[in-house]
Design a protein around this ligand. Structure first.
Ligand code: 13P
Ligand code: SF4
Length: 301
């Protein structure tokens, strides 16, 4: 029996659903029940009727699934699948920051720990950050965390007064406008898509054509008739783009844009997770209850 067949059998036996982020290894994406961005996967986690959720992604995504679905078993097949951006702010640091801005609305990116979510008024993802901030009453001051590049992008589009936490994703932040310009010289006329966590998405906006979440990029890929498209995000996304549209060449701004956390999980880990019931993600109800309010508001919007 192949690993994929074993996983399919175990999923049925355990009534499990396999969710995979767009950056996961190709072979993981290929056997997942749902593949998508953070918002899409949160919605799937919130509505599944399966008893077990296996999250092929990173820890904050599995925690989000557990918060939204406290009675289900949520498994993260490798506990090393963290997120450097989520680690860039702690709940204690956020409490201190809130103390300096009493009354401000706290908007946290979904790439945060459950404890940070519990201290937040709103949660957003790269798909809906502009919409979430634009919906906050105009007179309210806003604290946005932890990604400064996404925050700067949202601030520019909404024109809102926002304080930004100085955090970033090391994988995306290192992509600079110069890298985009160099790629453009090699592929003149190719549209450039960038994730809002990228260093290149803000410092020189004209450098890129579209700032999109990973699902936004996949939708663009599906409908484009451009012969070549340049992509500034984690290279795992290229698998899906190429599958969705084999007529276009999808090229990374840099082949080295690889998130080690998103590559931690392989098929053996997923098989073992289902067979050995590991690694269960738990969030204490005192934390989960407070985080849930902000998350449910986002899911419903
Ligand atoms: P998306 O929600 O756009 O998939 O982004 C998640 C992420 O971790 C980007 O680095
Ligand atoms: Fe976190 Fe960056 Fe990896 Fe996304 S790409 S999971 S933000 S470290």
């Amino acid at each position: 029996m192949t690993l994929a067949e074993e996983i399919a059998r175990l999923k049925e036996e355990r009534s499990a659903v396999l969710l995979a982020h767009n950056y996961q290894r190709p072979e993981v994406q290929d056997i997942a029940d749902f593949v998508g961005d953070s918002l899409y996967l949160s919605r799937q986690a919130a509505t599944t009727d399966r008893r077990v959720i296996v999250f092929a992604g990173v820890r904050f995504m599995a925690e989000t699934a557990k918060i939204l679905n406290p009675t289900k078993t949520v498994l993260l097949p490798d506990l090393g699948a963290g997120c450097a951006l989520a680690d860039s702010i702690t709940a204690e640091e956020l409490k201190r920051w809130k103390g300096e801005h009493p009354g401000a609305a706290v908007v946290s990116y979904i790439n945060t720990s459950a404890e940070v979510k519990a201290e937040s008024d709103y949660i957003c993802t790269s798909s809906n950050a502009v919409q979430v901030v634009a919906g906050i009453p105009a007179e309210r001051e806003i604290l946005f965390l932890p990604d400064m590049f996404l925050g700067d992008h949202v601030r520019r589009i909404t024109g809102r007064r926002m304080h930004l936490w100085v955090g970033d994703c090391p994988v995306h932040a290192k992509m600079r406008p110069e890298d985009v310009e160099a790629a453009r010289r090699l592929h003149p006329g190719a549209p450039v898509l960038a994730h809002p966590e990228c260093g290149c998405s803000t410092a020189a906006l004209p450098a890129v054509d579209r700032v999109l979440s990973t699902d936004g990029m996949v939708r663009f890929a599906r409908s484009t008739d451009a012969p070549e498209v340049l992509v500034a995000t984690e290279v795992g996304i290229l698998h899906r783009m190429r599958q969705e549209n084999p007529r276009t060449r999808f090229l990374p701004i840099s082949e080295g844009t690889v998130c080690p956390y998103m590559k931690a999980i392989d098929l053996t880990d997923i098989r073992d997770a289902l067979a050995l019931d590991r690694y269960r993600i738990e969030v204490p109800e005192a934390t989960a209850g407070r985080a849930r309010r902000a998350l449910e508001r986002m899911i419903a919007s």
